[in-house]
Design a protein around this ligand. Structure first.
Ligand code: ADP
Length: 394
C-alpha cells in the first residue's frame, strides 16, 4: 500500500533521505556520503551495515540504491505519495513551499546565483527523483521562504539602492524551516495559537542563526544575503567589518581566499585553532585550554548581543528558544549566553538547564526569569514532509 512521503536533502557531496508515513510519523532515514568519489558510502540510520554503492556513485545512483534498500526492507511499498525537497534559496520568488513543475525549476535556477553552492545540488536531487518517480508530486521547501515576511527596514542593507534593485542584494535569511518549527512548538508548549506567539529563536548547529518572530511571522533574522552573516558558527565567521576585504587585499590575500577563510576556516575552528565541534571545545576548555575557552566566550557573547538586538524588533516576547545540536545539548553555551542578559531579566535555572529541560516541559529558565527560556529539538524534515502533503493535497 502506498502511504509514504519521502524527504530529500541533497548537499554537494551527500544526500539525506527520510521516510514518513502519511500521518507524518518517521519510519526510516538514510545517508549517502562522499558522492562522486571512489569511496562513496551509504547507510540506513541505526543500521551497522553499510550499503554498497557503485564506485563514484552520483546523487541519482545513490538515491536509487537507498530507495531499493527501503523497498527490500519493506519500509517503502510501491511509490511514495509525495516527495519533499529542501531547497536553500528561493530568493524573493518563493514566499512559501511550491509544487515542482517546469516553471518552479526555472525559477529555482534563476535564483541559483544567490546560492551557487547549494541550489544546483538541490536541483540534482529533484531531477534524480523525477527520473525515479516521474508521476509522484514533488514539492520544494525553501530555507528562505519563511523570512519573506521581514519588513523592508530589516531586510535592506544601507547600500546604494541599485544594489538591491539590480542585483537583489538584501537580507534573505536562512534556517527558515527550523525557525518556523520553533514557533509552532513553542506555541504548543505555551498553549497559545502560533499566530499569537512571539519568540526569539536561536538555531545553533554548524550553521547558526537567530530570528525574531512576532505573532508567528519572521520579522528579523541574523543571516543575510548569504548564510555567512550574523552569529559565530562552526567554521563561518559571522559578522566582520566589511573593511576587512580591502585590508586583506592590501596584504595580498585574494577575494577567493578571503571567501574560503570566512566560510571554512573561521568561527569556532578559527578562534580555537582546534575544531568546529562545540562538544570537544567544552571538554578542552574544561581542561584549561585557553583558545577553546575564548572560542566559546566569543560565540556566547555574540549570541547574547544578537538576542538583545532582536528585542528591538519585537513588541512582545513569549519565550527565548534554543535549538540545533548546540542549542539543544550544550547547557554551558546556554548558561554563558544568558549570563550576559541579566538587564533583560533573563535567568537560567541551573538544574533545569543541566537536564536540557527534559523534566520541565522544555523550560530551562528560572521561575523568576522575566521571559521563559526553552530548548526545543528541531525537526526540519517533519516540516518538509508536512508541506509536501499539504501541496500534494494528501
Ligand atoms: P548541523 O548544522 O550540521 O545539522 P548540528 O545541529 O548537528 O549540526 O550541530 C552540530 C553541533 O552541535 C556541533 O558543534 C556539536 O559539537 C554540537 N553538539 C552536539 N551535541 C553536543 C553536546 N552534548 N554538547 C555540546 N555541543 C554539542
Amino acid at each position: 500500500m502506498e502511504d509514504s512521503i519521502l524527504v530529500v536533502n541533497s548537499g554537494s557531496s551527500s544526500v539525506k533521505l527520510a521516510l514518513f508515513d502519511k500521518h507524518h510519523q518517521k519510519k526510516a532515514s538514510a545517508l549517502a556520503e562522499k558522492l562522486n568519489k571512489t569511496d562513496a558510502t551509504a547507510q540506513i540510520t541505526g543500521s551497522p551495515e553499510p550499503i554498497a554503492l557503485p564506485e563514484n556513485a552520483n546523487h541519482q545512483q545513490a538515491l536509487q540504491v537507498l530507495i531499493e534498500t527501503f523497498t527490500q526492507k519493506e519500509l517503502l511499498q510501491g511509490q511514495p505519495l509525495a516527495i519533499g525537497h529542501r531547497v536553500v534559496h528561493g530568493g524573493e520568488t518563493f514566499r512559501e513551499a511550491a509544487l515542482i513543475d517546469i516553471d518552479t525549476i526555472a525559477a529555482i535556477k534563476k535564483v541559483s546565483g544567490l546560492a551557487p553552492l547549494h541550489n544546483p545540488v538541490n536541483l540534482v536531487g529533484i531531477e534524480a527523483m523525477q527520473v525515479l518517480f516521474p508521476s509522484v508530486p514533488q514539492v520544494a521547501v525553501f530555507d528562505t521562504a519563511y523570512h519573506q515576511s521581514l519588513p523592508e527596514r530589516a531586510y535592506r542593507y544601507a547600500l546604494p539602492k541599485h544594489c538591491y534593485e539590480d542585483w537583489g542584494v538584501r537580507r534573505y535569511g536562512f534556517h527558515g524551516t527550523s525557525h518556523y518549527f520553533m514557533v509552532q512548538e513553542a506555541a504548543r508548549l505555551l498553549s497559545k495559537p502560533a499566530e499569537k506567539t512571539s519568540i526569539i529563536s536561536a538555531h545553533l548547529g554548524n550553521g547558526c542563526s537567530i530570528t525574531a518572530i512576532q505573532d508567528g511571522k519572521s520579522i528579523d533574522t541574523s543571516m543575510g544575503l548569504t548564510p555567512l552573516e550574523g552569529l559565530v558558527m562552526g567554521t563561518r565567521s559571522g559578522d566582520v567589518d566589511p573593511g576587512l576585504f580591502d585590508y586583506l587585499a592590501g596584504q595580498g590575500v585574494s577575494a577567493s581566499d578571503v571567501h574560503a577563510m570566512l566560510n571554512n576556516e573561521s568561527g569556532l575552528l578559527g578562534l580555537s585553532g582546534h575544531t568546529n565541534d562545540m562538544r570537544t571545545l567544552c571538554e578542552l576548555a574544561e581542561k584549561g585550554d585557553k583558545p577553546a575557552r575564548l572560542a566559546i566566550d566569543v560565540f556566547c557573547f555574540r549570541l547574547a548581543r544578537y538576542i538583545g538586538a532582536m528585542t528591538a524588533s519585537l513588541r512582545h516576547l513569549d519565550a527565548v528558544v534554543f535549538t540545533g545540536g548546540i542549542g539543544e545539548n550544550s547547557a554551558e553555551v546556554r548558561r554563558e549566553t544568558i549570563k550576559h542578559l541579566s538587564l533583560l531579566g533573563l535567568m537560567m535555572d541551573p538544574e533545569l538547564n543541566q537536564q536540557h529541560g527534559k523534566e520541565s516541559g522544555n523550560r530551562v529558565s528560572h521561575a523568576d526569569s522575566r521571559f521563559p527560556i526553552l530548548t526545543i529539538p528541531t525537526n526540519e524534515e517533519l516540516v518538509i514532509a508536512q508541506e509536501a502533503s499539504r501541496l500534494a493535497r494528501l
